[in-house]
Design a protein around this ligand. Structure first.
Ligand SMILES: O=C(CO)COP(=O)(O)O
Length: 122
């Protein structure tokens, strides 16, 4: 199973913390992580194996959307920062739409991500 992880700058530390909390399940379920560039850099530094795509503003969200559309990515955990402006907002909205088009589970905040991860352990 492939899970995409993305976090806006103000949420990257929270993403690392979240993954640390779910480390065992990620290993147990043999989940492969993909991420946007800068998120992936932080996550890698924290000791996780992750395939890094382009940074969000350079097309990373769009690359993840393509993997969702192709049926390669099965879940998206996207810690968005609703208090910041993002030049690539159209790409972000496109990713959210593609998840809905393909009925792929999508969390846009840690509380929902927690519920999705719990779902994997049922
Ligand atoms: O901007 C992002 C998502 O929209 C995240 O991209 P980075 O992980 O490269 O910062």
């Amino acid at each position: 199973m492939e899970i995409a992880i993305i976090a806006h700058d103000g949420k990257k530390a929270e993403m690392v913390q979240f993954l640390n909390e779910w480390k065992e399940v990620l290993l147990q379920k043999q989940i492969s992580l993909i991420s946007t560039g800068t998120t992936g850099k932080k996550v890698k530094k924290a000791g996780f194996e992750v395939t890094r795509l382009l940074s969000g503003p350079l097309g990373g969200d769009a690359q993840i959307a393509a993997r969702v559309a192709e049926g390669k990515c099965n879940m998206v955990l996207f810690f968005r920062d609703p208090l910041e402006k993002h030049p690539h907002e159209p790409d972000v909205l496109m990713l959210l739409r593609i998840c809905d088009v393909h009925d792929v589970p999508l969390a846009t905040n840690p509380a929902t991500a927690e519920l999705l991860m719990r779902g994997l352990t049922l």
